[in-house]
Every structure is written in structure tokens, then in C-alpha cells.
Design a protein around this ligand. Structure first.
Ligand SMILES: Nc1ncnc2c1ncn2[C@@H]1O[C@H](COP(=O)(O)OP(=O)(O)O)[C@@H](O)[C@H]1O
Ligand SMILES: [Mg+2]
Length: 353
């Protein structure tokens, strides 16, 4: 691996270019695109949540292309890895459809591993909440441990020293839809961020989307070509981890924010939240803030970096208080939940900031 990333400027320049090219094919989704880039730089899995047809899958494909993952195949220590694989989650998907299984080979009269789609750099887990909890668990466990077991052998999914990362970008519909199995909070926190994708905000954006598609038969995302080798991301993650500093002041800010989300510690938040943020959530916040600083071209994380990622890192890790939830007169329970979490975090931020 001879990929060098010289410093933060390099990270900003290259990831900035990747973001710009993805933004070019997904109108009005600049913030979501930047947040995905931040997660990638922080080596964190992402959950993209929104109704069908708002370009969730398209964004993931865009990153896969620009990171040089399309059509890539590689064997590491005898195990074949794909650059990019997409798993469409359905109710009949089995755990072994994700991880792999042993198959009998009559020629050798022995069992051989068939490696599942998690053997990839980037996995698009599409509509993850349509599969059964058992199948979801297989993926979530692989995400957590970065390894899977087939038969009695355990295989690694990440080889950082060889420029091999393992990241999952999952999509799901808002959880209250029928025929879905919502991921439990305890598993949701395997995702560094949950990014909520809404409908286009303005009439103008709506028209820009139509114009972008009007004179073409293939998806604009298919025009994107690779900008870097996949190993670039591993090197860039290393630069973010080691070059971006966090002052005592920013550390203190993060710690105070965390504590203020906990009803046991900060009385006023108890009106909104049943359960606050864990130390693990704090580490996620720290990593995301550092990656965001790097994407902005800075070598120190600042409170504004923390603020910029706060909602996205914490929204799926906090449990709202049901009594408060019913006070919110939103059209959907989902909408109410989102607004409640926003309000709770606003209270937390005002108190600490
Ligand atoms: N904001 C947008 N900008 C450009 N194209 C969009 C946008 N939203 C949706 N589309 C287009 O609509 C279609 C559905 O996108 P897709 O990524 O499959 O959505 P999802 O995964 O959210 O269901 C694609 O052709 C996509 O290019
Ligand atoms: Mg999709």
C-alpha cells in the first residue's frame, strides 16, 4: 500500500471533492452528503432513514464509486472481498445470506466456505428494517466485531494495515411503517450516525431534480468514476485520528453535553428523555467532531464541530419519554419523536453552551 495522505489539507481536499461530486447527483442533500463523509472519515457505520425515493441508495452508490469500490475484487489471506456489495433486506433473508455458510463440495468430499456479501469494503444494507431481527443481528454483530464466523472458522473483515476497511451504510424507512421490524435501541447504537433524509425542501429543488433527470435514461450517479483507491480512506482515517487535536475545553464541552442528556444527572431533561447518552455515545461524538474538523480543513476540533454532529450522532441513542411524546401534535408519532429529540438536545446545548 503506497497511498500517502500528507495531512489534514489532503483529507479536506480529496474528501471535499468526493462530497462535491456526490452532491452533484443528489439535489439538496448537501448536508446529508457531508455527514456521510464525516462518518466515513471517522470509520463509523451510517444509518440513512427516510421514505422511499429520496435518494438514499443513490448517495451510497455515489460514495462507493468515488472511493474506487465498484467492480473491485481482492483476495486477502485467501478470502475474497468485493469492493462494494448491496444486500436487499427482505422478510425471508437468512443470517447466512449475509455472512455466508459452509457448502458441500462433492469433488473434495468436504465442506467449503461460501463467503457472503459482508465480505466487502462497503456494504449497502438496503431497507434493513424489512428483515427479521435474527437476520439483522447477523449484520449488526459483524459491524460491531468486524469479523464473522462460518462453520468453526472466524474471518476478519477489516485489514487496516492493508488498506482494507469495513463499513456498512444501511437504509431504512421510518420505523412505524407496516411489515417492518424496528431495530432495538441497543443495536441502533452500532451506527455512528442516523441521518434523516426528508423530501426536497423547496419547489426549486424539486424542479432541479426533474431537470437533472429529464434528458437522460441512466441514473446520473452512474457517471461518477473513482477518484481514489479504497486504501485512501484508511490512510485518511489515520490522519484524522492522529492529527486532529481536541483541547481540554472541547473535551469538557462534550462531557458536559453527555451528562446533561441524562435524566439522573440533569433534572430538567427528565421531562423529555427516559434515557440519555452513554460513554460510547460520547466517544462517537468525539470521533465525529474530529472528522468534521478535518473535512473543514482544521487540525483541531471545536465546539461548533460538536454542535454540527450532535443531533445526528445522538438522535438514535436517546429514548424519549412517552408522556411527553403525546404532547407533540405532529401528524405522525415519528415526526413527534424527531422534534422531541431536537428540543431535548436544544435544551441540553443551551444549558451547557
Ligand atoms: N434529491 C434528489 N436528487 C436527485 N435525484 C433524486 C433525488 N431524490 C430522488 N432522486 C431520484 O429518485 C430515484 C430514487 O432514488 P433512490 O436512491 O433509489 O431512493 P431511496 O433509496 O431513498 O428509495 C433515483 O432515480 C434518484 O436519482
Ligand atoms: Mg433505496
Amino acid at each position: 500500500m503506497s497511498i500517502t495522505v500528507r495531512g489534514i489539507d489532503d483529507v479536506r481536499e480529496v474528501m471535499g471533492e468526493i462530497v462535491e461530486r456526490v452532491e452533484g447527483v443528489v439535489i439538496g442533500l448537501g448536508e446529508a452528503t457531508r455527514l456521510i463523509a464525516v462518518s466515513l472519515l471517522a470509520n463509523g457505520h451510517v444509518l440513512l432513514e427516510g421514505v422511499p425515493g429520496v435518494a438514499k441508495t443513490t448517495m451510497v452508490k455515489g460514495f462507493a464509486r468515488l472511493l474506487g469500490l465498484l467492480g473491485r475484487e481482492e483476495v486477502i489471506e485467501g478470502v475474497p472481498f468485493r469492493g462494494f456489495s448491496r444486500i436487499q433486506f427482505t422478510p425471508d433473508l437468512l443470517p447466512s445470506d449475509i455472512t455466508g455458510s459452509l457448502v458441500y463440495n462433492p469433488a473434495t468430499r468436504g465442506f467449503e466456505p461460501r463467503f457472503g456479501p459482508v465480505f466487502a469494503y462497503l456494504v449497502l444494507a438496503d431497507e434493513i428494517n424489512r428483515a427479521t431481527p435474527r437476520t439483522q443481528s447477523a449484520l449488526l454483530q459483524a459491524m460491531q466485531e468486524k469479523e464473522v464466523t462460518i462453520g468453526d472458522k472466524t474471518y476478519r473483515l477489516e485489514y487496516r494495515d492493508r488498506g482494507k476497511f469495513f463499513l456498512v451504510l444501511a437504509t431504512q424507512n421510518p420505523v412505524e411503517q407496516e411489515g417492518t421490524y424496528p431495530l432495538p435501541e441497543a443495536q441502533l447504537d452500532r451506527f455512528l450516525m442516523r441521518i434523516l433524509i426528508g423530501y426536497p425542501e423547496t419547489l426549486e429543488d424539486e424542479k432541479r431534480i426533474l431537470r437533472l433527470h429529464s434528458s437522460r435514461l441512466v441514473e446520473p450517479v452512474e457517471d461518477l468514476e473513482s477518484l481514489v483507491e479504497p486504501g485512501w480512506l484508511v490512510a485518511a482515517q489515520g490522519v484524522v485520528a492522529s492529527h486532529v487535536t481536541v483541547s481540554e475545553e472541547v473535551l469538557d464541552y462534550i462531557a458536559r453535553l453527555l451528562r446533561a442528556t441524562r435524566p439522573e444527572v440533569f433534572e430538567p431533561v427528565a421531562e423529555y428523555l427516559e434515557l440519555g447518552a452513554s460513554p460510547r455515545a460520547g466517544i462517537a461524538l468525539l470521533r465525529a467532531a474530529k472528522a468534521r474538523a478535518a473535512l473543514e480543513g482544521r487540525d483541531s476540533a471545536e465546539p461548533r464541530d460538536v454542535d454540527a454532529v450532535l443531533f445526528h450522532v445522538l438522535n438514535h441513542r436517546l429514548i424519549p419519554r412517552v408522556e411527553k411524546l403525546i404532547e407533540y401534535e405532529e401528524k405522525t408519532r415519528y415526526g413527534a419523536r424527531t422534534r422531541l429529540i431536537r428540543d431535548a438536545l436544544e435544551l441540553v446545548r443551551k444549558t451547557v453552551g
